[in-house]
Design a protein around this ligand. Structure first.
Ligand code: FAD
Length: 318
């Protein structure tokens, strides 16, 4: 079923969903199942699986020189999605990115997904590789998520890259995209970021999942701004609890999010790792409760493999 159909069917009820990361290369599905098994009691209708582009690493050779190698540390998104659906009977939403894909690769990936009966995707650009400094698209690939959304929408119309295909199967992808309540870091201003988001919706995106935020007002304002410019698709808040002291600095650095003063003070007052975690969990519970009260379509948790913490939070809400 499509993600947006779940929202419609819920008829104003707030659903819950989770995001998992593929295991590091060499790991198995057991780590995913270990994360998800305890969370399935909350009956998430869908589970997202992230996609990770190849990275360059430098291996030291016996000669003393470093050799640049390209590796994908977390492969397996599509297989994991199929496995999740098979085990739990829920929909899995693979993240599909522009980085590392030519348009042909994308087309073929989408064909595979349709064959596997996977009809939801989160369409993203992807981040810059560590040593690139800025996002570099694959040669013959997309530069922006907008172009990826357009390609998926075209396939939903039966339009393939190969113009010789007549009467091609119309795929039925429900397309999610990313949204940034505190602005995407590369965007010169909020308004431009919103305009590009609007273009993605006009190109066929069906719903938005937000970047994590720690101040609900940022989400509420974001939704208002979206509605004001005619973005009317469901906007799902993405939530991650802060559980470690160093995240006070690392989360803003990595995800360009602000930490509210009250949360910062509470965390700084905490004397032990456990106390920090308690503050983070309580904060996320407060956020979740308020968002649910306001009737958001779904609370979407970034699990980061920590099902215990997420379980505690969701148990306090449902
Ligand atoms: P875009 O929509 O392409 O936007 C990128 C920037 O360009 C923005 O500043 C935007 O304002 C601007 N822009 C957009 N379109 C245009 C245009 N046509 N012309 C000029 N400027 C434009 N990354 C991964 O690698 N794998 C994942 O699994 C993953 N999952 C994510 C899930 C969520 C919910 C979120 C919020 C992010 C996720 N990311 C993931 C990170 C995401 O790839 C990065 O945030 C990336 O930097 C931007 O992706 P985007 O799809 O928002 O890009």
């Amino acid at each position: 079923m499509k993600v947006t159909d779940y929202f419609e069917k819920a008829d104003g009820r707030t659903l819950v969903s989770f995001e998992v990361l593929p295991p590091l290369k060499g790991g198995g599905m057991d780590s995913i199942f270990k994360t998800l098994d305890p969370l399935m009691e909350f009956k998430p209708p869908f589970i997202d699986v992230t996609y990770h582009r190849e990275e360059f690493i430098y291996n030291k050779r016996p000669s003393g020189y470093y050799e640049k190698t390209s590796i994908r540390k977390r492969p397996g998104t599509v297989g994991i999605c199929a496995s999740i659906t098979h085990r739990y009977g829920v929909d899995a939403v693979p993240h599909l990115i522009c980085g590392g894909f030519t348009k042909d690769d994308t087309e073929n990936a989408l064909i595979d997904l349709a064959f596997l009966n996977i009809h939801n995707v989160l369409a993203l650009r992807g981040d810059a590789r560590k040593f690139d400094g800025k996002f570099v698209p694959e040669k013959g690939g997309h530069e922006y998520a907008l172009d990826l959304v357009q390609q998926i929408s075209d396939m939903n119309q039966g339009k393939y890259l190969d113009s010789n295909i007549e009467n091609g199967n119309k795929t039925e992808f429900c397309i999610g995209i990313a949204g940034y309540p505190e602005k995407h870091f590369e965007s010169p201003n909020f308004e431009m970021d919103l305009l590009w988001t609007k273009k993605k919706v006009e190109a066929g995106a069906n719903y938005i999942v937000t970047q994590m935020f720690f101040n609900n007002q940022a989400y509420f304002d974001y939704v208002d701004k979206c509605r004001a410019i005619g973005i009317n698709v469901p906007i799902v808040p993405g939530l991650k609890p802060l559980t470690k002291l160093y995240q006070l600095k690392s989360l803003p650095r990595m995800f360009f999010v602000n930490m509210p003063e009250e949360l910062v003070k509470e965390i700084q007052k905490a004397k032990t790792d456990e106390a920090v975690k308690e503050v983070g969990i309580e904060w996320c519970i407060r956020q979740s409760k308020e968002l649910k009260e306001k009737g958001v379509p779904c609370l979407h948790y970034y699990t980061m493999g920590d099902s215990k913490t997420i379980h505690r939070i969701v148990s306090a809400i449902y």
